[in-house]
Ligand binder design. Sequence first.
Ligand SMILES: [Zn+2]
Length: 99
Amino acid sequence: MRPKSTVIWSFFDEMTVNSAKCKQFGKSFSRKGGGTTSLKLHLKSQHSDKYEELLLQEQGNQQNEPQTAKQLTPLQECKKQLTIKDSLKNKGPWDEIDK
Ligand SMILES: [Zn+2]
């Protein structure tokens, strides 16, 4: 069984396990080991607009991945504010009034 899930094949025609044909130029070339890495590299170097298209399509297939939260949690915000209050206390404006 060949992995057909990759979207790279919307840009290439698979000839044999070791060769593929670029749909942009109709040019066939070999790919060692049957992988798609060399195909991607070809798109990136020769058809950068198609390469961006490929990346977008691949991202579209991974929509189920959880997004990483960059915002601070309420607890972290609380600690941050306490730290600021503590530093103000340590300076102490009262000392200056006495002088
Ligand atoms: Zn090409």
